[in-house]
Design a protein around this ligand. Structure first.
Ligand code: PLP
Length: 357
């Protein structure tokens, strides 16, 4: 139940062990096309340029920024956790004039403050699900403020777990990671780019590897395959299978499963007398943050010893707090194939054993 690489769907592991095809084998290309189509369904978009970037979630973040940000562009970034900070760093390296809009860690960003932060931003960028705090930021209305601004959203921890509506919310660039609610090992970053954003792609992005002008000619979306890229075949088999499992269940059913597990976990923690960290009304079901009950840990255990006991005795990984909340907050992932009532019950029972009543 850690916030990182999860317990993948069994179908994914089976698919990743299949014999390799060549990266230009028509059978593999058909599977890649189908993977991209499945990603469109999960992102809820018709964007032709939708594909898994060969790299982890951060490669998706970098691909989104380097392709549309020009030196001197005003880029508004919402910051209420580690991954908003990372966005600022990436945007700065593209030469952007970064305008930070902050909220306290554990609290949601104010969408109107993001819209009002600059009179003519080139990009407004927000992390939808802040994994460092367990907070959901609202992104649905960000397109309403400025006709020319591109809306760029980090969906690493939201895709597949809570509603994401790329076309409905008029998001221009969004990326995710495979290892969270998609239930697939880490290594790929699903990315989707609107036609509007495609029209604004920098001629020579500062990253050669992530240059969408070239990659688009391999991943298709418009038929041509004129650029050479050796796609990570087994990882794409895994993503294809994970998306298949997700869509067989149903996207909305997956959202509902994450919601009911997250609610049960959060209610159970409160029943044990623990205090949730994230702002009510903005709590992610797939990532629960909770204040460490330091005073109540049995046998004088500190928080690291308690997390070690959960891992060694029960096979449950709980993430530690980040930044100023290291040692003070726990982060409990309940994502993808892991979001099952039995895992919630096991964690609550295990925690009960570690706590003085
Ligand atoms: N964005 C968010 C919200 C994340 O949670 C993470 C990783 O946990 C990343 C970006 C970076 O992804 P990766 O670690 O796969 O590079």
């Amino acid at each position: 139940m850690g916030p990182g690489p999860c317990n993948p769907y069994p179908e994914v592991i089976e698919a990743m062990g299949r014999p390799l095809l060549g990266h230009l084998d028509p059978e593999f290309i058909a599977l890649l096309d189908e993977t991209n189509e499945r990603l469109r369904t999960v992102f809820r978009t018709t964007n032709p340029l939708t594909f898994p970037v060969s790299g982890t979630g951060s490669a998706g973040m970098e691909a989104a920024f380097v392709n549309v940000v020009r030196p001197g562009d005003a880029v508004v970034v919402g910051v209420n956790g580690v991954f908003g900070e990372r966005m600022c760093d990436v945007a700065q390296r593209c030469g952007a004039d970064v305008v930070r809009v902050e909220a306290e860690w554990g609290r949601a960003l104010d969408p109107q403050a993001l819209i009002d932060a600059h009179p003519s931003p080139a990009v407004i960028a927000v992390v939808h699900a802040e994994t460092s705090t367990g907070v959901r930021n609202d992104v649905a209305c960000l397109h309403t403020g400025h006709e020319d601004a591109l809306v760029l959203v980090d969906c690493v921890t939201s895709l597949g777990g809570i509603p994401v509506e790329i076309d409905g919310w008029q998001v221009d660039l969004a990326y995710s990671g495979t290892q969270k609610c998609l239930g697939v090992p880490p290594g790929l970053a699903p990315l989707t780019v609107s036609e509007r954003a495609r029209g604004r792609i920098v001629e020579r992005p500062s990253s050669w590897y992530l240059d969408l002008n070239m990659i688009a000619r391999y991943v298709g979306g418009d038929g041509a395959r004129a650029y050479h890229h050796t796609a990570p075949i087994s990882a794409i088999y895994g993503l294809h299978a994970g998306l298949g499992a997700l869509l067989d269940e149903g996207l909305e059913e997956s959202w509902a499963r994450h919601r009911s597990c997250g609610e049960a976990l959060q209610a159970g923690l409160e029943d044990l007398g623990l205090t949730l960290f994230a702002q009510e009304g903005h709590r992610l079901p797939e990532l629960t943050s909770v204040w460490v009950p330091t005073e109540r840990l049995r046998d004088g255990m500190d928080e690291a010893a308690a997390r070690r006991a959960l891992l060694e005795r029960y096979g449950i990984e709980v993430g530690g707090g980040l930044g100023a909340y290291a040692g003070r907050v726990w982060r409990i992932g309940c994502m993808g194939h892991t979001a099952r009532p039995r895992n919630v019950m096991l964690l609550l029972a295990a925690l009960e054993e570690l706590l003085e009543v």
